[in-house]
Design a protein around this ligand. Sequence first.
Ligand code: KIV
Length: 273
Amino acid sequence: MSTYTPTDPKKVTTKRIKDMMLAGEKIAMITSYDYTMASLVDQAGVDIILVGDSASNVMQGNATTLPITVDDMIVYARTVARAAKRAMVVVDMPFGSYQGDPIEAQRNAVRIMRETGADGVKLEGGREMRGAIEMILRAGIPVMGHLGLTPQSINKFGTYATRAQDEAEALRLIADAKVLDEAGCFAIVLEKIPAQLAAKVSQSVSVPTIGIGAGPACAGQVLVAHDMLGLNSAFKPKFLRVYNNLGEQIIDSVGNYIVDVKSGDFPNEHEQY
Ligand code: KIV
């Protein structure tokens, strides 16, 4: 039973996301990559489920988001879309699937939508992505932008440190956000930038900003489910609030199971036919 009951049980759409921002209702977004987790976060009442390319780290054990493919994302997203009854499902376009030819970007976005049943896509980058965003929108596919610490560019940045701490990068980020807004993005993720800058960006655009490590002024917040549930105790950035210790609970539970099997206590007389 969720501690939260959504004000409206109907399926969340891009229009609802904008209306929430206009009404001052904060937008709650969280990642999922599989049917069971997506079903649980949907029942909890989250507004948007992001099938993030963080699946590359969380589900595949890669050091970065770069190795994950469109085919991989489609497998994860299909299971999530099947589970989500209320939440809008947004799928990350993986590294290399949209940065080149806008036509190819559209083709990959169409594949993701057609083969998963998701409700929109997300891609990283600013003004240089305008062509891809417009081409994807031309196919009627909602696009969420992503600025600040964009993990697909980690090799260019060389660090996961907070972005846009100097004036030049901050001004560029504000200008990029305006471009994404003009191009038609329905929302923009702001990752790991100073809270004051995120507040400025949020005031400069007409669409909701969704923050991760970007302070409280954003129209919504996003966290990686595995991180906030304590399934990944090695990852402890300052911006993360950990709501549970499921990792410890799983190790503990499985340890108890092993002890019961080894001792012959499981199965007992009630656990057999
Ligand atoms: O891939 C992901 O999980 C993301 C969020 C961190 C915003 O892009």
